[in-house]
Design a protein around this ligand. Structure first.
Ligand code: GRF
Length: 217
């Protein structure tokens, strides 16, 4: 019998890459039985690209500014993913809006982490928006990526209280710490096929997950 191969995951980043590092560490410690087959950055100066290179993992910079439109850029990313025999794609602070060119072939195998309690605050400046709205809690959501920005079904959510003294910076720091726990958990559910995308729902053990996904304290 041929040995069971670890699933191949690619991580797409644009900046600091701390979530990427948490995934790489989770693979190294065998918490995630997966192989990071490629890290792609659209930004050659991304701190995360240096961190990935330092681990010796395959990396590729695909600068979106070298492409006339999103479709051509996504075509180049798709071709790199295909060449690396990618099975799952993780967005980790990837600051480009993807088109169906990447979303469709990886639908159900493409996830993101977003720093808000989705469906609240898709898009940018999530921490300040939660503070400005007077919310009592904020958090992060691991979710499937679908054609609608930050609107795919949630896999898991983690929450932190917003204190009166919190600024966008302090809140972001607290949430980021929890992101590093919840993202590997979400990836584990995905690669072990414990969770699946069916239509516009996340399904686990035959049941539709609630809007929040699994709550992780
Ligand atoms: C994280 O807050 C993540 O939720 C969001 O972008 C940020 C990326 O941070 N999508 P890092 O690059 O992983 O450190």
């Amino acid at each position: 019998m041929s040995p069971c191969k670890d699933p191949r995951i690619a991580i797409l980043i644009s900046g600091r890459g701390s979530n990427m590092v948490s995934i790489i560490e989770a693979c190294d410690s065998n918490f995630l039985k997966a192989k990071v087959c490629l890290v792609i950055s659209n930004n050659s100066n991304a701190e995360g690209l240096l961190a990935a290179k330092a681990t010796g993992l395959p990396t590729k910079c695909i600068d979106h500014r070298n492409y006339d439109n999103r479709e051509l850029f996504d075509g180049a990313v798709l071709s790199a993913l295909t060449k690396a025999k990618t099975e799952f794609v993780l967005l980790a602070g990837f600051m480009r809006i993807l088109t169906p060119i990447i979303i469709d072939p990886f639908l159900g195998r493409l996830i993101n982490i977003h720093p808000s309690l989705l469906p609240k605050y898709p898009g940018l400046n999530t921490h300040q928006r939660a503070i400005d709205a007077g919310d009592k809690e904020a958090g992060a959501t691991v979710h499937f990526v679908t054609r609608e920005l930050d609107n795919g079904p949630a896999i898991a959510q983690t929450r932190v209280p917003i204190l009166p003294t919190d600024t966008a910076e302090t809140l972001a720091k607290k949430i980021l710490k929890k992101e590093h726990q919840i993202y590997p958990l979400g990836v584990q559910l995905l690669i072990e096929k414990k969770i699946a995308l069916e239509g516009n729902k996340a399904i686990m053990n035959g049941c539709v997950l609630p809007e929040t996904g699994i709550i992780h304290e």
